[in-house]
Design a binder for this molecule. Structure first.
Ligand SMILES: [Zn+2]
Length: 436
């Protein structure tokens, strides 16, 4: 990676020009978009004739995947990228590259699976932005503990003299990481809320923590306060980062603000406060994100934030509220289940519902894909060292509710709380044997 490129973006983002009025922000956005469209007209066959943003069609995952070959600016074909990404997913090797372009797979909340391409320049810019916007005031010497599904090459790229990283693999029971985590003495902890819940009991043993970031999943209401307390923080911080970009983060008051200096977010209003974001990233060049509609629902904040930022403030994010499953006495994260399901082909819509202690219902819009999905799930149970639950395949039933959950637990185990506690302290028997 280019440390210089990252450092330039970091400095510009952290100490550079900041819009003081909404009008100044919007003028800046329009200028960046014009320049970006100029680039895309020259490099992306799909955007060859698009002169203004209004002329660009609104995209979703399906249209983006259908036009993948024409959209990207580096001539990568969907078939080759997909084959590479799937092979990597199965081998748990998370650095598949086509030339110098990294290829990733996303599960998301709609459609089947998405593919994304990231060039070194995209990645360095991303790293600079993330560091600039997420590190506490004392910039240097941070130790960041990351609880993530995969050690994404993106995150790896942020490692530098400024910060050290330790990656904690979510396919391993969280309790097993606890001793390492305490010993690492992180200054920043980054994890999905389902993991923060499991770690909360150990919060008092993590004395040097300066920030705790919740990522990847939606927080339940009121949960931000209780988690902040558990980790001895004034506020729980949040990063709203997905395949489609780095979309929002909390200010020093713990309020989420859209990252409007880097992306344009056109709201499609659902009512007075709730909207679906349509995202245009000014700088993602390899795989353009132009008027891309996310499936999340954002709730605008009433009134201005005390921090005084002109960036739109968000009360909360709805959607992506997948549940964790409880199988064989263990917590299984929704993301792992989604990834396993989408590794199979032949369907578009799906849902996974836990209906009993060892029963899963898998809904598919194409039941012919059931055997292939079954194989992928078996691989997952094997990898996690779990007794395979009974899996029943049924036709997909669209959920009219506002919150779409791909992975849901309808069965409420009475041992729920007990299981959670046990997971933090010691470890139930699982793969690898000995309980310490
Ligand atoms: Zn604020």
């Amino acid at each position: 990676m280019s440390k210089l490129r990252t450092a330039v973006v970091l400095a510009r983002t952290r100490w550079g020009w900041r819009p003081r009025t909404r009008a100044a922000l919007e003028r800046y956005q329009q200028r960046r978009i014009r320049a970006h469209l100029r680039f895309l007209r020259a490099r992306s066959p799909f955007y060859a004739d698009v002169r203004t943003l209004a002329e660009a069609p609104v995209m979703d995952k399906q249209t983006m995947m259908a036009n993948f070959d024409a959209l990207n600016t580096v001539g990568v074909r969907r078939a080759e990228a997909e084959a590479l990404a799937l092979a990597a997913e199965r081998s748990r090797d998370f650095t598949p590259m086509l030339g110098n372009v990294a290829v990733g797979l996303s599960s998301g909340t709609s459609g089947h699976r998405g593919l994304f391409l990231v060039s070194p320049a995209d990645r360095d810019a991303w790293a600079g932005t993330v560091l600039a916007l997420t590190l506490p005031p004392g910039l240097v010497g941070h130790r960041i503990a990351l609880f993530l599904r995969a050690n994404n090459a993106l995150y790896e790229s942020v490692r530098s003299r400024l910060v050290d990283f330790r990656y904690f693999d979510l396919t391993v029971p969280v309790g097993q990481h606890l001793a390492d985590l305490v010993e690492y003495r992180p200054t920043i902890l980054v994890a999905p809320p389902s993991v923060l819940r499991l770690l909360a009991g150990a919060g008092s043993r993590l004395g040097g923590l300066q920030r705790v970031y919740s990522v990847a999943e939606v927080l339940d209401e009121g949960e931000a306060e209780s988690l902040a307390r558990a980790f001895g923080q004034q506020h729980l911080h949040q990063l709203y980062q997905c395949t489609e970009g780095f979309l929002a983060r909390t200010c020093e008051h713990g309020v989420l603000h859209l990252n409007e200096q880097h992306v344009l977010i056109e709201p499609e209003w659902l009512d007075e406060r709730r909207f679906t974001p349509v995202v245009t990233d000014f700088s993602r060049r390899t795989q353009p994100i132009v008027r891309y509609r996310l499936n999340d629902v954002l709730v605008a904040r009433r009134g201005p934030c005390p921090c005084g930022s002109v960036l739109r403030a968000i009360e909360r994010i709805e959607g992506r509220a997948d549940d964790t499953l409880l199988l064989d006495g263990r917590v299984v994260f929704a993301d792992l289940v989604s990834r396993a399901v989408i590794a199979a082909d032949g369907f578009t819509e799906y849902a996974v519902v836990q209906t009993g202690p060892d029963r899963l219902q898998v809904q598919l819009d194409e039941l012919a894909a059931a055997p292939a999905v079954g194989v992928e799930l078996d691989r997952l149970w094997q990898r996690l060292g779990l007794a395979a639950p009974a899996v029943e395949f049924v036709p997909y039933a669209a959920d009219p509710g506002v919150k779409r959950r791909r992975v849901r637990r309808d069965w409420q185990g009475t041992a729920d709380a007990a299981v959670r506690d046990r997971r933090v302290g010691d470890r139930p028997s699982g793969p690898g044997g000995a309980v310490r």
